[in-house]
Ligand binder design. Sequence first.
Ligand code: ASP
Length: 405
Amino acid sequence: MKKKMSLPMQILIALIAGIVVGFILYSADLANIATNYLKPFGDIFVNLLKFIVVPVVLLSMIDGILSMNDMRKVGSVGIKTVAYFMVTTAIACVIGLVFANIFNGAGLFPPLNPEEAVYEAKEFNGFMSVLVGIFPTNMWKSFTDANMLQVIVIALFFGGAIMAAGERGKLARDIVSSFYAVIEKLMGFIISLAPIGVFTYMAWVVATQGSEILITLLLVIVCAYLGYIVHAVVVYSLSAKVFAGMSPIKFFKGAFAAMIFAFTSTSSAATLPVSKECAHELGAEDDIASFVLPLGSTINMDGTAIYQCVATVFIASCAGMHLTLGQMVVVVITATLASIGTAGVSGAGMIMLAMVLEALGIPVAYIGLIVAVDRIFDMGRTCLNVTGDIACSLCVTKWESKKQK
Ligand code: ASP
């Protein structure tokens, strides 16, 4: 009997086929075929992923907390995870700024006229209101709005409370683990459809984005991608090697399926089921991965931080502003916070870019300069975001196992 092709392989083939088909449609000026007949299948797939994201994050985190079975371990894993996230994100900002300044200094950023930018920014009420907004007033609303930060808070509270209830909480514990087993099955089925989603979305992106604007902004895109690549190669290779004792090649090979999936879906949250599988294969402990990955898909966004730094320097230069060292420090701080506040869904990083621009007094409407190509940035940054989550789950697994010895 022939062996079934592995999922990463199927996804890779779908990716290449999508690029080829997209390119043919673009050259034949038939992009509307991709938009009208291919993209809808990708949309169905993404809808299915979105539909499963809330139960996956909720149940996976509660289940992870319960299987640690000790609030001290939850605390210790939590602190290590958040520390890893913060440090790597701050490094990402620095890398993003270094590349942006090299490109800008060499006069490589295209001089666009910011007055032509049209972008209607969402209202942004400052960091404290974000903090308050993390705590839900109505649990069901958090679920229906898919407000992932609130869902995480709910999971933390319920996980802790079920544990605290001891014997009397047993039914709740069993219900969580039974539902989680069911959701895992469902997730497996949806993930097996990934090649369809990857193929149709890739064909659509290539068929529609090959336009002039792409060429105009090519250097800004190259700048961001250089930042993504350097961050992955330096920070993740090093943490895989130094902290998790794993060769970088093995790490990237193991994370590959999730990386491609993130690249095409542009959603860390939607990639969660695949990242869990990859982390498991790479040897992350299941209860730790169940805790780290959902949290990471919501707050750990190194790619987004790099993108926000590059975009800020570019937009500032179009607006005729030259950022001082002090302003760069503001960029590092606000981009780190903005990336934490970014939801793991398509395009969210661009919305949070407003926060960084506002901190520097740059009109938010200038985001209009990059709106058209945001998806291209988004593909790379989501890929990096997800890779960072997997790397963290491996490092924390190692740190916890050392502690137990
Ligand atoms: N799409 C990204 C993610 O899901 C977030 C962003 O837009 O930066 O990780």
